[in-house]
Ligand binder design. Structure first.
Ligand SMILES: Cc1cc2nc3c(=O)[nH]c(=O)nc-3n(C[C@H](O)[C@H](O)[C@H](O)COP(=O)(O)O)c2cc1C
Length: 165
């Protein structure tokens, strides 16, 4: 199956999650490409679109919102899976998953969503400019990489199984 993965990532951690999902889908035999949403790759030639974005200030990054807005008409006739990457999910609670998935809701309108995922992200101060580091300190964000790769890979395997079914 031809699968397009698009991601919106400011500091790279969501892009790496997208690549990992791509690796699993490829291992399952799919033909996968991974693009940044800001490049606006056309979904036309793909059967499935996996779209994921980092949550910043309670919202999925604007690049992904603009991507979905631009192609909503075409995406409506495809199978779409959405995921969010959020720092709050360092604490793996139901409430934090609910909050992260709430950020996906505006993207979902009119689409047939086959899967929805929310994953913990990473706070890597070295990748952030000084004012953002300062903001992170104000937000009492604890630097670290909280991505649970087993969870991400399991989600991608489950997605592959759903696509086959
Ligand atoms: C400016 C800024 C705002 C953030 N706001 C939130 C937020 O509202 N909720 C949350 O769960 N995580 C928040 N985070 C943490 C990010 O979701 C996390 O660091 C994510 O992995 C960043 O992805 P990226 O590296 O792809 O940009 C914020 C991070 C930054 C830098």
């Amino acid at each position: 199956m031809k699968i397009l993965i698009v991601h919106a990532s400011r500091y790279g951690s969501t892009a790496e999650v997208a690549e990992s999902i791509g690796d699993v889908l490829r291992e399952s035999g799919h033909d996968v490409v991974v693009w940044a949403a800001r490049e606006m790759p056309s979904p036309r030639n793909y059967a499935v679109i996996v779209a994921g974005g980092a949550v910043h200030a309670g919202h999925v990054l604007g690049d992904l919102q603009r991507y979905v807005a631009k192609y909503r008409g075409e995406l409506a006739s495809k199978r779409v899976a959405l995921f969010a990457v959020a720092g709050n999910l360092r604490d793996d609670t139901e409430e934090n998953h609910r909050q992260a998935e709430m950020a996906l809701l505006p993207l979902e309108r009119g689409l047939s969503c086959v899967a929805r995922g929310s994953f913990a992200g990473a706070v890597n101060l070295r990748r952030m400019p000084f004012p953002v580091r300062f903001l992170m300190r104000l937000m009492k964000a604890v630097p670290g990489d909280y991505r649970r790769w087993n969870e991400i890979r399991a989600w991608a395997s489950d997605l592959s199984a759903r696509l086959a079914g």
